[in-house]
Design a protein around this ligand. Structure first.
Ligand SMILES: Cc1cc2nc3c(=O)[nH]c(=O)nc-3n(C[C@H](O)[C@H](O)[C@H](O)COP(=O)(O)OP(=O)(O)OC[C@H]3O[C@@H](n4cnc5c(N)ncnc54)[C@H](O)[C@@H]3O)c2cc1C
Length: 391
């Protein structure tokens, strides 16, 4: 399925500007793409990375929470981490909220985070172009840009989010999506927990209130085909929390939203003619099917993808398959559990189990989420995920 060897003789055509014939073209400069570009450029590849946005990371389409297990080598969180999170509080339907002390982490300024990662990629030598969209990915691996240019890379990394063009070109598309809507509200008092709201009013998703200093991200996610409800659901939740004197009643700011893949991991490697194509981050379906968290997996998969391309270009024919195997080892066990819980949740409704019970069992803070005969014990499963870059 893959070009057996890195085509060593197939360097840039004499006289062609280098960026028309890069070793690697990265599509998308979110955390996955910037990490892939940095890793490949650090390994000596000539990298061209493009994003259709004019400013990296803006507008922010994220609730901005990362777990305390998340670490990046040589990365300064100064100016990026906005506050610590010490617990999770889960409200199921109208029941009394349950407190879990296990889910620590930090809130980050996502735009500053994405921009810092892109600066690392540029510092490593990647050529970055903003405000340029990929309009077409051809079956032979050629890429047409919105600027009219045509790029012929030796390898492609699709880090272009949930609806990846590179993914579509290799027959890998996210089919189950949650649609989300979020805005920023003022908080009435300082807060250090992530609040999760589980309700049958949020089918396939949940609502959240994640604090960042004097403000908070308030959002709702639901199955894609119910997305027309999002506006009123979020408005109602805001009104409720304002009535409870938890958030300011003043009109919220910065309304945003986005799509979250929840159908599990896709095959992350493919070939377009002689061009190797790899997917990373959301493009590879690497968001947790229950929580929707994907920042960490985007960074880790991006680094691994960039390294795999460099290794393949250096003549290691198995490098791409090893990338696929690494992703499988890292994410398949946790995502299989999460997908199972999503399925059970759907079956749970109307089968003698109360909606509240079904919702709670399907959520990561409940012991039932982790309990099964075959899977790892809750103690093992609850350990923070291994950082593949520190292995
Ligand atoms: C509302 C919401 C809240 C979330 N909250 C959290 C959270 O709190 N914690 C967490 O861990 N995860 C969260 N996520 C998920 C997280 O944001 C994603 O998993 C993460 O952004 C994935 O990174 P990525 O680099 O794969 O993709 P993205 O960050 O989506 O980056 C893809 C980039 O590709 C670019 N692009 C797309 N198409 C093209 C094209 N044709 N040409 C050029 N450029 C293109 C886009 O402009 C974008 O910059 C949330 C998601 C949403 C929608």
């Amino acid at each position: 399925m893959f070009p057996a060897d890195a085509p060593a003789a197939d360097r840039a055509a004499p006289g062609a500007p280098p960026e028309e014939r890069p070793d690697l073209m990265v599509v998308g400069l979110g955390p996955a793409g910037a990490s892939a570009a940095a890793a490949a450029a650090s390994a000596g590849c000539r990298v061209l990375a493009v994003d259709r946005r004019r400013r990296i990371g803006e507008p922010v389409q994220c609730a901005e929470f990362v777990s305390s297990a998340f670490s990046i080598e040589d990365f300064s969180w100064e100016g990026i981490a906005t506050q610590r999170i010490v617990r999770m509080v889960t409200a199921v339907q109208a029941e009394r909220p349950r407190v879990s002390e296990d889910f620590r982490g930090r809130m980050i300024c996502r735009s500053a985070f994405d921009q810092a990662l892109a600066r690392r990629a540029a510092a490593a030598g990647a050529h970055i172009r903003l405000g340029v969209a990929v309009c077409e990915v051809r079956a032979d691996g050629g890429v047409r840009l919105s600027s009219g240019e045509f790029i012929r890379p030796r390898a492609l990394v699709g880090a272009d989010g949930p609806r990846s063009r590179v993914g579509a070109a290799i027959g890998q598309s996210n089919r189950q999506l949650v649609a989300a809507r979020q805005f920023t509200v003022g908080l009435r008092q300082p807060y250090e927990a992530t609040d999760i709201f589980l309700s049958s009013a949020y089918p396939g998703g949940y609502a959240w209130l994640f604090p960042k200093g004097s403000a908070a991200n308030l959002g709702v996610g639901v199955d894609f085909h119910r997305r027309d409800r999002l506006k009123s659901l979020l408005r109602d939740l805001h009104a409720r929390l304002a009535a409870e004197a938890r958030v300011q009643a003043a009109p919220p700011s910065s309304t945003t939203g986005g799509l979250i893949p929840v159908g599990g991991r896709l095959r992350a490697i493919g070939a377009l003619g002689a061009v190797s194509a790899l997917l990373a981050g959301d493009a590879a379906g690497l968001t947790h099917p229950v929580t929707g968290a994907g920042i960490e997996a985007a960074v880790y998969s991006g680094v691994l993808a960039g390294r795999a391309v460099a290794s393949w270009l250096a003549g290691h024919g198995n490098a791409l398959q090893e990338y696929e195997n690494d992703l499988s080892d890292l994410y398949d066990p946790a995502y299989a559990r999460a997908l199972g819980r999503r399925r059970e949740l759907r079956r749970g409704f109307g089968r003698g189990v109360s909606a509240a019970e079904a919702l709670w069992r399907g959520w990561i803070a409940s012991p039932e989420y982790w309990a099964d005969a075959a899977g790892p014990s809750p103690e093992v499963a609850a350990r923070p995920p291994r950082n593949p870059l520190m292995a």
